[in-house]
Design a protein around this ligand. Structure first.
Ligand code: SAM
Length: 280
């Protein structure tokens, strides 16, 4: 199919997804909009400048993030009445753990036409590669940096019957895996690294296996971390075996809470069973 030169763009806001590594992943439509727009709102003008040069496009680049002042954002939105403004982030889909939410919200409130151009997104790329269930997933952004906040967030998500998808950085992977092992024992985990780039890899396995691997081979680059859903109630779960293992170094209440998080089974029933097992 032959490709037509880009038509002039109507004024408005165009949310444009860009590659997460491999520049070949830019969509035809994204390239057209970046070549035809009146200017690009971006996180880092150097990063976006590189992409624009790759596309042979030369447009004004305006630095924008959600910490921009109300006045700057209002001015940018106002300009969309007469200009076609593209919004990009450094990589992937704007607004997905990236700036843009406030801009889109205010543009919509001001009656500006807002269009989205879907494309690369690390969370979805990681999910498709992981081999973990994908019929239901929950994207949870970055895990907190502090130990307690990280564990609390994992505990909050423990009963969600879906694959959990996080963004993570290489230096923090070890701590994140350790927390998952503690708070969500028994889950399968996937580490999808450097997606679409030369050293793309995806490892799926038990937390312990992945922790051993990355202790021996400290990871580099960008990471999507995925955690399988809790075991479904209908599946035959050997809750007794899990409780016995947990009781080896924990009190019955802690063991019950741990197994409840891992399986989705009722914590009180598990506690009662843990007391029985301890008495055996
Ligand atoms: N908006 C982007 C998207 O749609 O994927 C994500 C932006 S977020 C600030 C950056 C995080 O996304 C990285 O820390 C990493 O967790 C993940 N990420 C981005 N590119 C990646 C890649 N090529 N491989 C694996 N993870 C990536």
């Amino acid at each position: 199919m032959s490709h037509q030169p880009p038509a002039p763009l109507l004024p408005g806001l165009y949310i444009v997804a860009t590659p997460i590594g491999n520049l070949g992943d830019i969509t035809v439509r994204a390239a057209d909009v970046l070549r035809a727009c009146d200017g690009v709102a971006c996180e880092d003008t150097r990063v976006t400048g590189k992409l624009m040069r790759h596309l042979g496009a030369s447009k004004p680049l305006w630095r924008y993030d959600d910490h921009a002042s109300e006045r700057d954002r209002a001015r940018l939105v106002e300009s969309m009445h007469t200009r076609a403004v593209a919004l990009v982030s450094d990589a992937g889909t704007p607004l997905v753990s990236d700036p843009g939410y406030r801009l889109v919200r205010e543009a919509r409130a001001a009656g500006i036409p807002v269009t989205t151009l879907p494309g690369p997104c690390a969370a979805l790329a990681g999910l498709t590669l992981s081999g973990l269930p994908n019929d239901r997933f929950l994207f949870a952004g970055f895990l907190p940096v502090k130990d307690k906040a990280r564990s609390d967030m994992l505990a909050d998500l423990a009963r969600v019957p879906a694959t959990l998808v996080f963004y993570e950085t290489a230096p923090r992977l070890t701590k994140a895996l350790a927390a998952i092992g503690r708070v969500l024992p028994g889950r399968e985990v996937a580490v999808a690294r450097e997606l679409t780039k030369l050293h793309e890899e995806c490892r799926t396995g038990s937390v312990a296996d992945l922790a051993d691997h990355y202790a021996a081979h400290p990871p580099k680059g960008e990471i999507v971390l995925l955690v399988s859903p809790p075991v479904e109630r209908e599946e035959s779960v050997d809750a007794d075996a899990m409780l016995r293992e947990a009781l080896a170094d924990q009190k019955p209440s802690q063991a019950a809470a741990q197994v409840a998080r891992a399986t989705g089974l009722d914590r009180k029933a598990l506690y009662a069973r843990a007391l029985e097992l301890r008495g055996e």
